[in-house]
Unconditional design. Structure first.
Length: 292
C-alpha cells in the first residue's frame, strides 16, 4: 500500500513539474526563437579632415561623449599661417580690384563726356582689366575660405552621442587626412539581430512583438519589436571559379541545413541598468501567438 502511495506521489510531482515547465517555456514551443543573436549599433569611423600632429586629446577610451564634444585637436600653426597668407592675398587683390575699377570708371566717364577722345580698344582693355581683377579677388576670397575651413578642421568634434572606442591616440600622434583613427558607437541606434532558420520566417512579420534576452543579463528579458527581415544572405555557390566557370560546392541530398536569415528587432524598453554592447550575444523570441 505504501509503495502505491509513493508511486502516486512521485507521479503527481512529475506531472506538476511537467506542467510548470510547459507553462514556463510555452512561448518557446509555439513561437519562433533563436539563441543566435547579436547586439548591433551604427558605428561611425572618425577621421580628421586635415593632417598634422595631435596637440591635445579630450577623450578617453570608452568614454561617453555628446554630439559637439571636442575629441582631439591637431596642431593649427600651419593652418593659421595659411589663413594669414590667404588674408594678405585677399587684401592685395582687393586693392588691385579697386584700382582697376576706378581706372575703368574714369575712362568710361571720359568716353561718355568727350566721345571720340578714347579708342574703343582702350576702353575694352580697361574693362577687361577690371573684370580680371574682380575675378582674382573672388578667387582669393575662395582660397581664404578654404584655409579657414582647414583651420577649423584641426578641432575634431563628436558628430553624435555615443561611446568612443578603439582609441589608440596620444598627444603627438600624426594624423593623416581622411584616415579613420577611432570608432564612435552611436548610442541612439542600438538594435538586436536574431538569425532565424529560414523555415521559421513564415511565422514572422514586421511589427511583431519580441522578447530579447541578453547573455550578460539572463534574468532581464527586454521587450522589442520586429523592425525588418533580411532579404538575402551571401552565398558561395555560383561565384566565378576556374576558367570563370561557376564554383558550385558539393551538396548531399540527405543533408539539408536550413540557412539563417537576419531578423532585426528594436528594443522598446532599455533600463538604465542594462548596458548594451555591440557584438554581445542575445536570444530573440518573436511573439506570433498573440498577433491580433
Amino acid at each position: 500500500m505504501q509503495s502505491w502511495i509513493r508511486y502516486i506521489t512521485c507521479g503527481t510531482l512529475i506531472v506538476i513539474a511537467t506542467i510548470m515547465l510547459l507553462v514556463r517555456y510555452s512561448d518557446y514551443l509555439v513561437n519562433p526563437w533563436t539563441r543566435d543573436g547579436q547586439v548591433r549599433a551604427r558605428v561611425l569611423q572618425i577621421a580628421p579632415r586635415v593632417s598634422g600632429p595631435i596637440i591635445s586629446l579630450s577623450v578617453n577610451e570608452d568614454q561617453y561623449v555628446r554630439a559637439g564634444d571636442l575629441l582631439f585637436t591637431i596642431d593649427p600653426v600651419t593652418f593659421q599661417n595659411a589663413v594669414a597668407q590667404a588674408t594678405a592675398e585677399v587684401n592685395a587683390a582687393d586693392v588691385k580690384a579697386r584700382l582697376a575699377r576706378t581706372e575703368y570708371h574714369r575712362y568710361r566717364d571720359l568716353a561718355q563726356t568727350d566721345p571720340g577722345s578714347l579708342s574703343e580698344q582702350l576702353l575694352t582693355d580697361k574693362e577687361d582689366a577690371f573684370k580680371l581683377a574682380s575675378a582674382q579677388l573672388e578667387s582669393a576670397k575662395e582660397a581664404l575660405t578654404g584655409t579657414e575651413l582647414n583651420l577649423s578642421f584641426t578641432q575634431v568634434y563628436a558628430p553624435v552621442d555615443g561611446y568612443a572606442t578603439n582609441l589608440q591616440l596620444s598627444v603627438g600622434s600624426q594624423m593623416v587626412a581622411n584616415q579613420p583613427v577611432l570608432a564612435l558607437v552611436n548610442s541612439a541606434t542600438f538594435w538586436v539581430t536574431g538569425y532565424f532558420q529560414e523555415n521559421a520566417l513564415t511565422g514572422i512579420t514586421v511589427g511583431d512583438n519580441a522578447i530579447v534576452t541578453l547573455m550578460s543579463y539572463p534574468d532581464r528579458p527586454l521587450s522589442a519589436t520586429v523592425s525588418a527581415i533580411g532579404w538575402g544572405i551571401a552565398t558561395t555557390d555560383g561565384q566565378s571559379g576556374y576558367d570563370l566557370l561557376p564554383d558550385v560546392q558539393a551538396n548531399f541530398s540527405w543533408i539539408r541545413l536550413p540557412q539563417r536569415i537576419p531578423v532585426h528587432v528594436r528594443l522598446t524598453e532599455h533600463p538604465e541598468t542594462v548596458h548594451l554592447r555591440v557584438g554581445t550575444t542575445a536570444s530573440v523570441l518573436v511573439k506570433t501567438d498573440n498577433r491580433q
